[in-house]
Design a protein around this ligand. Structure first.
Ligand code: ADP
Ligand code: MG
Length: 317
């Protein structure tokens, strides 16, 4: 039964692996001279997605959030494993989940080479492996005072969608429809991460909110930062709600965006713009790295905005 399920839903040709699903181990041959970048992320029902969410969307998002970590490292995706606990072997659910998962996998040329399948509360644990040339990985500890701070895409849409779903932010239905895809179908910025190799001085993906995630760069790099609120990119629809503290907080500290936040020296501004343009992703310059520690957000009036909370505590009850 378990083996039928694996054969039917999770066994695909793996031309990029020596041996894929079906043996005790997969066999992988990394490209000589490249470093392996490895990351795992776990998604739990009730915490990272809700029971009503579409199986296709869960398949998409669970691989997308893992690919986002490879993007933030500047790594080229190669292989992935998928460990899944399911309350029952529901063929319709698995078919839709696999469709979302493999669609995302095919978009980024990552191959499913193994995993584990067991009965239990719905839990998805994915490991991704990618490759990066030695010395070119985009680490969190490379930001220097004077560097520009950049972000890709738009911020706050996913958090606004969640706040709308949880009735913490009331939005017009037509507006909510514009932010909901960011929550359910995030786009990992894999091509941008690769294009920023040898340009960016540091990078992180925004999974827990800009302030919290930028805070990780500041801590690891031993620097501080000043951000300009009015420079933070949002979808146009978000402008209708920014008079509300909840919406402003979504932009500054909302999770689930999976955009990249990165730093680069000011003399690389043209190189950053060219790299972003070459992969068709919008980037915005939002602030500056400072010698003094701490994170300041400047409002439209030139005054610092009080910061409420920075990021997401994974152990909060
Ligand atoms: P073992 O008992 O040796 O751990 P399993 O019965 O767990 O083997 O798995 C059999 C094969 O199927 C292995 O190659 C494993 O990597 C693969 N596999 C199991 N579950 C999944 C899954 N959800 N996705 C992809 N491959 C899987
Ligand atoms: Mg096993």
């Amino acid at each position: 039964m378990e083996f039928d399920l694996i054969a039917k839903h999770f066994t695909r040709p793996t031309p990029g692996a020596v041996l894929g699903v079906g043996d005790d181990c997969a066999l992988l041959a990394p490209t000589p001279g490249m470093q392996l970048a490895v990351s795992s992320d776990m998604l739990l029902e009730g915490r990272h997605f809700s029971p009503q969410d579409s199986a296709n969307g869960i398949g998409h998002k669970s691989l997308a959030v893992n690919l986002s970590d490879l993007a933030a490292m500047g790594a080229t995706p190669r292989w992935t494993t998928l460990s899944i606990a399911l309350p029952e072997a529901n063929d319709v659910w698995l078919t839709a989940f696999a469709r979302g998962f493999f669609r995302m996998a095919d978009m980024h040329n990552i191959e499913l080479v193994g995993g584990d399948t067991t009965r239990g509360a719905l839990t998805i644990s994915i490991t991704v492996m990618g490759e990066v040339p030695p010395g070119q990985a985009l680490r969190r500890d490379g930001a220097q005072a004077g560097d520009d701070i950049w972000v890709s895409g738009e911020l706050g849409s996913a958090a606004a969608a969640l706040a709308y779903r949880q009735r913490r932010l009331s939005m017009e239905q037509i507006d909510a429809a514009k932010v909901l895809p960011a929550l359910y179908l995030p786009t990992p910025r894999v091509e941008l991460g690769i294009a920023l190799r040898s340009i960016a001085s540091s990078a992180i993906d925004i999974s827990d909110g800009l302030l919290g995630d930028l805070g990780h760069i500041l801590e690891r790099s031993n620097v501080g930062a000043t951000l300009e609120f009015s420079a933070l990119p949002t979808l146009p629809v978000m402008q209708n709600y920014l008079h509300e503290a909840v919406a402003r907080n979504c932009v500054l500290a909302g999770g689930d965006d999976y955009e990249l936040c990165f730093t680069a020296p000011p003399n690389k501004q043209d190189a950053v713009r060219a790299a972003a343009e070459s992969v068709g992703i919008v980037v915005s310059r939002v602030g500056r790295i400072t010698t003094e520690p701490g994170l300041t957000v400047i409002g439209a009036d030139g005054q610092p905005i009080p910061i409420e909370h920075t990021g997401h505590d994974h152990f909060a009850a």
